[in-house]
Ligand binder design. Structure first.
Ligand SMILES: Nc1ncnc2c1ncn2[C@@H]1O[C@H](COP(=O)(O)OP(=O)(O)O)[C@@H](O)[C@H]1O
Ligand SMILES: [Mg+2]
Length: 245
């Protein structure tokens, strides 16, 4: 279970005053739940995800995972406890191949080629074409994005956090991605937190959390919250998107 209590993140603004990026956010996510975080740009979603992961040190509040207070742990220590985050950009090292990256992510040096191929297939890449390629500038942004998602699948973390995984992905891969999220959720072995504006992803969630102005604006079961968001879409003031980008 993930428990976030009274989390805040304050930075200094240009005039030396305090700017609240996150303000007293409390959120509990039960094991194996699928939660979508949505809300307007600049609301604080990415900052919250980074705080859970250990990339942003909150200025107040606590975060605990499976009963352990992880607020002061670094990203590696959290990863060991099973907290994983979809980086905007996976690491690129000279000579590092897609296969090596998947091995690293899985924590198994001897990750079988077949298994590595399965992860690539799941994100819509033709495994044979990519498995031995270097993770370098010759890969397009979309390819890198899909490889990043494959590494998270390989990681099999207890808590998986994805920040707008739909960004920069083509339509077919997007369909594959939503299928993958659905399959992960059906196994009920992982807790999923996905930041998204996509109806098709929101539609898979158990719970929706809306964040705006650094606060939780609304939270509840999908069946309850989603119709409200859609009603706002109809009146023209929603930020939801229907297809892939
Ligand atoms: N370290 C920081 N210093 C100043 N402003 C920040 C910092 N981190 C985030 N912000 C600002 O906080 C707001 C929330 O950002 P973010 O969490 O990225 O929102 P979202 O992901 O919901 O679009 C934005 O206005 C962003 O510019
Ligand atoms: Mg963001």
């Amino acid at each position: 279970m993930l428990e976030i209590k009274h989390l805040s993140y304050q930075v200094e603004d240009e005039t030396g005053g305090e700017l609240g990026i996150l303000n007293d956010v409390s959120l509990t996510v039960a094991d194996n739940q699928f939660v979508v975080i949505t809300g307007p740009n600049g609301g604080g979603k990415t900052t919250l995800a980074k705080a859970i992961m250990g990339l942003v040190r909150p200025t107040g509040g606590t975060i605990s995972w499976n009963g352990t207070d992880i607020t002061d742990l670094d990203i590696t220590q959290r990863a060991r406890l099973g907290v994983s985050y979809g980086f905007q950009q996976p690491p690129r090292f000279k000579g590092l191949k897609v296969r090596d990256l998947l091995s690293l992510a899985s924590g198994r040096e001897n990750l079988k080629r077949e298994e590595a191929c399965q992860y690539l297939t799941k994100v819509g890449l033709c495994a044979g074409d990519y498995i031995d390629r270097e993770v370098d500038a010759s890969l397009s942004g979309g390819e890198v994005k899909r490889i990043e998602i494959a590494t998270i699948l390989a990681r099999k973390a207890g808590l998986m956090i994805f920040d707008e995984p739909e960004a920069g992905i083509d339509l077919w891969s997007f369909a594959k991605l939503t299928e993958t999220f659905q399959a992960i959720h059906q196994r009920r072995e992982h807790t999923l937190i996905i930041i998204s504006h996509q109806e098709r992803i929101i539609n898979l969630a158990d719970e929706i959390v809306m964040i705006g102005d650094g606060k939780i604006q609304k939270q509840g079961p999908r069946e309850e919250i989603f119709p409200e968001i859609l009603a706002n879409t109809a009146s023209g003031c929603s930020y939801l998107t229907e297809g892939a980008n």
